[in-house]
Design a protein around this ligand. Structure first.
Ligand code: B12
Length: 270
């Protein structure tokens, strides 16, 4: 079916061009940029018209994810944030936004990059928008009340993937822990200095994503266990495939996602 321009869509809806453009940015009207011009499928416009916006709100998280991925690949932070706001206002919890939207969108970007369908620049663009989105999501995980203790979230030396550890940090903050999040590529000695000076430390969470990270993870595990033998150390991220792998690395526990990380730390504090 022939596509239409945003101006044609605006004319059909009887609204200003900027209104339709806003629908696109908010992910309410699917549109694709072809040669610098937005193109709209008339069937999507019909859906928007019939439901006064709401009917085109996706019901399944997979649809939100698709919309989010499209905004990420355009480097469109405002539009991507609009998709997240849409999901939140439709009842998704901040944790769902991480596990059901941002995580799967990044996995899809990674798969397309791996298959040669996206350039490294496009992957970087999508990632930098995600970093901004996660920054904006952070305050939604803040919790008032007494802290359940401090958790250090860290990554092994050489690890450049930081989004998984940022997410784990937010999940833990949302569960009432004080989180000291050290970010990517953390050298072992400064990590140990920090671990040694926190009195209320209840756990160390090591997030590792890159391939062949066993040696670096083992170094971290060994150093933390030596400096704080009573503090449990948990590992996660795609470098560590399962609980048996984690155990072989000397860790005290493993989980596949952020909610699983929270369960481990809650169990450790009893
Ligand atoms: C963004 C990205 C990058 C960015 C990172 C930028 C940044 N500042 O973070 C850049 C471009 C730098 C990059 C580089 C590389 N990348 Co990369 N990257 C990705 C991508 C697209 C997204 C990663 C991400 O943020 N995922 C999102 C989160 C949500 O992931 P998650 O693992 O589900 O996180 C959850 C759990 O793991 C768990 N969890 C995480 N940590 C912890 C900790 C504990 C204690 C617990 C309990 C749980 C837990 O909770 C999280 C939240 O629910 C992935 C694709 C993918 N499939 O993930 C590839 C990917 C991870 N990268 C890959 C590769 C190969 C590389 C490079 C080697 C490429 C290269 N040749 O240079 C380098 C390595 C760099 C390095 N030394 O670390 C591969 C890794 C293969 C593997 N491990 O099996 C992937 C899978 C892409 C692919 N399909 O091949 N990458």
């Amino acid at each position: 079916m022939a596509t239409m321009t945003l101006q044609e869509a605006a004319d059909q809806l009887g609204v200003h061009y900027m209104t339709v453009y806003r629908y696109v940015r908010l992910g309410r009207l699917p549109a694709e940029k072809v040669g610098g011009t937005w193109e709209v499928d008339p069937a999507d416009l019909e859906g928007l018209r019939r439901g006064h916006d709401r009917s085109v709100r996706p019901k399944r998280s997979a649809d939100w994810t698709k919309r989010l991925e499209a905004r990420l690949l355009e480097g469109d932070e405002a539009g991507a944030w609009g998709v997240l706001e849409g999901a939140l206002s439709s009842g998704s919890a901040p944790a769902d936004v991480y596990t059901d939207l941002i995580g799967p969108a990044l996995v899809s970007v990674g798969e397309k990059w791996h298959a040669g369908k996206l350039s490294i620049a496009e992957e970087h663009l999508a990632t930098s928008v995600v970093l901004r989105l996660v920054g904006r999501m952070g305050p939604r995980f803040a919790r008032k009340g007494r802290t359940k203790g401090a958790v250090v979230v860290t990554t092994p030396p050489g690890e450049r993937h930081v989004i998984p550890s940022l997410m784990v940090a937010d999940f833990l903050r949302g569960a009432g822990f004080d989180v000291i999040d050290l970010g990517a590529d953390v050298p072992v000695d400064p990590l140990i200095e920090i671990v040694a000076r926190i009195d209320s430390l209840v756990a160390v969470c090591v997030s590792s994503t890159r391939l062949n990270a066993d040696r670096a993870i083992r170094r971290v595990v060994k150093a933390v266990h030596k400096s704080a033998p009573d503090v449990p150390l948990f590992v996660g991220g795609s470098s560590v495939v399962d609980a048996a792998h984690a155990q072989a690395l000397g860790a005290d526990g493993w989980a596949k996602d952020g909610p699983g990380a929270v369960d481990l730390v809650l169990a450790a504090v009893g």
